[in-house]
Design a protein around this ligand. Sequence first.
Ligand code: URP
Ligand code: ZN
Ligand code: ZN
Length: 488
Amino acid sequence: MHDLVITGGTIVTAADTYRGDIGITDGKIAALGLGLEGRDTIDATDRLVLPGGIEAHCHIAQESATGGMTSDDYRSGSISAAFGGNSCFVPFAAQHRGMGVTETLDLYDSRATGASVIDWGYHLIVADPTEKVLTEELPLAFQRGVTSFKVFMTYDLMKIDDRQFLDILTVAREHGALTMVHAENSGMIAWMTKRLVDAGHVQPRYHAVSHPALAESEAVNRAISLAKLADAALLIVHVSTPEGAKLVSDARMEGAKIFGETCAQYLFLTRDDLDRPGMEGAKFMCSPPLRDTATQDALWRHLQAGTFSVFSSDHAPYRYDETGKLANGPEARFNQIANGMPGIGLRLPLLFSEGVNKGRITLQQFAALSASNAARLYGLTEKGSIAIGMDADIALWDPNETRTVTAEDQHDNMDYTPFEGWSVTGWPTTVLTRGKRIVENGELVAKPGQGRYVARARIDLTGYPGHRAPELDPATNFGANIAPGAAK
Ligand code: URP
Ligand code: ZN
Ligand code: ZN
């Protein structure tokens, strides 16, 4: 007799689709079979039963690179994530210059604990890699289960230089952590921005012009080169160009420990959205920026081919008012407007509708992109699949329900959605975290604080041996081409 049984559904994992019941005891999947019995039952007839989504790129209760606070806290952000089919999320804990890492993580603990309805972890943004951070605080962060570090190559207040990047990659390598990078060339963006602003081109549409595709591909190429030199694992987040995706794909083919992520907005929106009347385009400003339909097609092909391990929302919610996008006034220049857009509740419905229902990806790819790949890559060893012993993090989906997206129907703390008016088929109906209902038949049934912090394990690099750069190998005299023991 299980605590809870989910009966009669079609179970979908990254490997299989099959009919079966799921027996849940003490928050874990205890049995898979037919005719299972429990003290409590969820009828999943006509439902797909998937691993609960893992949203691995979102900004929650975070001060942005330019100082503004996101509109979602851990309560509203986690509720919105759950309505979008997620059982767990991994927002960023952002170290700003002058802050310690331990202090940063304590601060985010105080923001998340008692608020989140789903389980959570943190990626640590490292903006100030002092000696103390590198030698003492990053290892301590790793010990508390923060096993991924994000760095920025752009944004004046966040960016690190190549040497600092190599230091962080090296510490991450030693501890089995994953470095994540926002890869855009800062100098190119600053140079373009000045030219545009000096010429009076200040409307939101020029945001896309100021972040040329070359700024991404140059930075992705440099980031991959640095990771190869350090023989470290690196994830390029929010890849927005075919050139960036190809660099990731080529590096993976070479056996480098390189991973890629793309996000919903790059598949579904274009820079034409920045051209809306007045300041409306500000709602569609994110970095890297939206591109064009040819880019969308190319990114879909990379998603289908496996270039991208992770598909995320990059939920960075700033309202269309004076607290967010218009904080610098209703006529702010494009470079004075907060970057980012909301989407944590729509990442998976959009991928299901446009991906699975339109025959672009299989259900197995959907399960992999929604949860399983992120679980493996980010060390969430007890999440991301429907298998005995795993956390009972589960989402029931109605694959046939069609809804029109509106901002009012979102559960975030936003006043707009970039996907207003989209017709989406396939929605999560019930979501569980560790066997506890969070959303049931479209209603919130969780209490704030029901989620738990998840300490993550070192990343699993099985199948990615990497290559030790000769310049780092004492056995070859650091590539100096002098026989060991020979006179130097
Ligand atoms: O524009 C975006 N994506 N804002 C969020 C911060 C980041 O760069 O990921
Ligand atoms: Zn970023
Ligand atoms: Zn982001």
